[in-house]
Design a protein around this ligand. Sequence first.
Ligand code: PEP
Ligand code: MN
Length: 270
Amino acid sequence: MEVRAVTVGNVTVGAGRPVLIAGPCSVENLEMIRAVAAAAVKSGVSILRGGSFKPRTSPYSFQGLGIEGLQMLDAARREFSIPVVSEVMSIDQIEPSLEMVDMIQVGARNMHNFPLLSALGRTDRPILLKRGFMATIEEWLMAAEYIVKEGNDRVVLCERGIRTFEPWTRNTLDISAVPLARMLGGYPVIVDPCHASGRRDLLEPLAMAGLAAGADGIMLEVHPEPEKALSDGGQSLSIPELTLMAGRLLNWMDTIPQYEKDCEPGMDGG
Ligand code: PEP
Ligand code: MN
């Protein structure tokens, strides 16, 4: 199946050259999101991310700044002229997000939240649908279908790792899901090596593996002081690390053959 490209602000995802998405796990204050946005733009990142409604495992962990965080993200988006993506967890968070974000993220924990998916299907905004950590590819594609059925076909999928028996990584990046979801669903697919691994030292090899498998983009978490981050510091790049890694990934993208990306699912020869 041909991949249908999705436009986010002035950026097109799924139209050949992969895109970089980067930003903090959570927007923590205006100063940090401005610092990350400035570095992202300089490094060739096309879309800025920043969570403000945060799905945390513990109810006692930092829950995000909510609307106030979205306003900071919106300020950075205007100052640096870069489209932004941010997560919603419930239907009531859609309305304020529509005013302040270019793309709405559905996190792994909400991939099965069907009323939320249907409500997002009634908006005109591009949706970044992360794979649930216990979801099969079929379930993920059906979740996307809940959005499309309501009239919004601007869906980008994000492979962010699934839960396995392996304790050295936070999740296990499912590389097969990248070409499969593209072929079976016709959606652009991006790879999130941060939540897949939980480890800064694995981000670059996993990002490269994703690109080699045909990913339409890579999403990275970045923080001015990762060791002090209120969420996901251990899997976040510092600003100098982002600059270096983005440079290497962008260079490497130019060498990846595109010829086999848009093929039909193959026979197994049996
Ligand atoms: C995130 O992107 O910060 C996030 C919470 O990701 P996931 O839903 O994949 O865990
Ligand atoms: Mn995170």
